[in-house]
Design a protein around this ligand. Sequence first.
Ligand SMILES: Cc1cc2nc3c(=O)[nH]c(=O)nc-3n(C[C@H](O)[C@H](O)[C@H](O)COP(=O)(O)OP(=O)(O)OC[C@H]3O[C@@H](n4cnc5c(N)ncnc54)[C@H](O)[C@@H]3O)c2cc1C
Length: 256
Amino acid sequence: MTGTDTSADTLTRRPIQWRRATLRDTRMETRTARTLVFDVPGWTEHRAGQHVDVKLTAEDGYSAQRSYSIASASAPGRVELTVQAISDGEVSPYLVETMTPGDELELRGPIGGWFQWTERLTEPVLLVGGGSGIVPLMAMLRERSRADSIAPFHLVYVARTPDHVFYANELYSIGRSTSDVTIERLYTRAGLPDDHRTPGRLGPEDVPPPTVSETGSTRVYVCGPTGFVESATRLLQDRGHEPSAIRTERFGPTGG
Ligand SMILES: Cc1cc2nc3c(=O)[nH]c(=O)nc-3n(C[C@H](O)[C@H](O)[C@H](O)COP(=O)(O)OP(=O)(O)OC[C@H]3O[C@@H](n4cnc5c(N)ncnc54)[C@H](O)[C@@H]3O)c2cc1C
């Protein structure tokens, strides 16, 4: 499901109101991607995997809107986004390079009723992310931890190089300290000296087959640029995952 469902909350069909959000803190994830932590009065909760629409308005009234996945686990009054700057983009360079704590923007959400994970789901989860497609998958990992879920998670995260990895320390620490969570980082252009895998696109051998546990069979979430999502979905089906078990989110251009 892509970011087109912006007029109403897909669970309740309530119109979604715009809220003022104040930037509280930022963290650089890579040279060109930044996490933005917003205080959002009135924000109650969201489900991991959902996104928001962000609206920037210039002094002359011109405004631009884009969709961004929520990176954080659910927390009242707080929303974290992670944005990759696109060099000729209208909105993302402002969010990554210019906005400073204390600045405000408008956002509305949470949006999306299909691409989401909650602690009530206990079957094994396979997360497959390409580039900034890691963002909603990170929210799912964080939500798993916040809720003390014991659902087995396996993340396959494809990035260009180690320098392009978001949340590097946190992912390392989750992978080391959490049994039942497997974190795999794959590189398309250049890897680490001791990597066994030759850098390259996601291939059949990179994608685990479905597993069946007493709580059910694997539920899959795939997120990234459209081409990545399409090829990953084909590989997953070739490996035996049922199409109905695969949920996708495409990070295509948005706005208007
Ligand atoms: C549901 C959803 C969730 C998203 N979540 C995130 C997120 O968590 N983090 C994040 O960084 N982005 C995310 N995006 C992408 C985001 O909405 C914007 O498209 C992106 O930030 C570019 O906006 P811009 O205004 O800078 O570029 P624009 O001014 O819209 O476009 C500038 C140029 O870049 C191209 N372009 C636009 N968007 C992309 C893109 N995503 N990939 C490659 N080229 C592009 C355009 O075709 C154009 O040539 C999400 C998109 C969707 C649909």
